[in-house]
Design a protein around this ligand. Sequence first.
Ligand code: SF4
Ligand code: FES
Length: 265
Amino acid sequence: MSNANGTMNLTLKVWRQPNAQTAGKFVTYKAENISPDMSFLEMLDVVNESLIHGKQDPIHFDHDCREGICGMCSLYINGRPHGPKRAITTCQLHMRSFSDGETITIEPWRATAFPVIKDLAVDRSAFDRIQQTGGYISVNTGGVPDANEIAIPKVIADEAFNSATCIGCGACVAACKNASAMLFVSAKINQLALLPQGQPERYRRVQSMVAKMDEEGFGNCTNTGACEAECPKEITLTNIAHMNYDFFSAKLFREEEVHEVQHGA
Ligand code: SF4
Ligand code: FES
């Protein structure tokens, strides 16, 4: 809530770190005359403008679309990825969610597999490398079919669509005490595993993407559910269950047998 002037004065404790090799520390800044209608990133823009005017190094943070669709923004705000509101990204968070006079602590995603680039910006290219090992369809799926030519039950289409809404922000990793990437990886696997076009590479895909996830240094899932609670796109733990089912099926049977066992072909 704002003060009598309709603005807010805040104290920010911001993590500043020159690079992954150098120790970081919290630095305190004042953010004054902030409109409650500003987004959290606009508030940081205002702070950065005053730092630049004072010939100080601005705070580095990731952002791009500022509409909740690109997955670039990535701040740990008062101990929670993307801040206190459910199912939104940092760029969709408004200052009216905070109170005049409040102290706000801002940190980067913390995970070994996401090394700090500078300040609040971390390197999430491990996600890209996992995607490159199988998060696509390489078989020839032919030309664009007419609408409804491939009949897919609505419940399946909806589930695939829900998995596909993952924006790759990494909040699930930041929220997890094990820094597990299983929610992200399972969403990327499930969006393809549920659809006909994803079937030919289904079992190779799950094995290679899980192997790469482990190689990149992400932790394991212990079913705590912090990832699901903090995911801005409300990706569910069901994705992890589907991924584990496909992974163990692929390990237990030869690839051609998996289809027979699961589908009775
Ligand atoms: S599963 Fe959710 S929290 Fe994890 S990367 Fe995707 S959108 Fe972000
Ligand atoms: S800046 Fe694109 S999702 Fe936040």
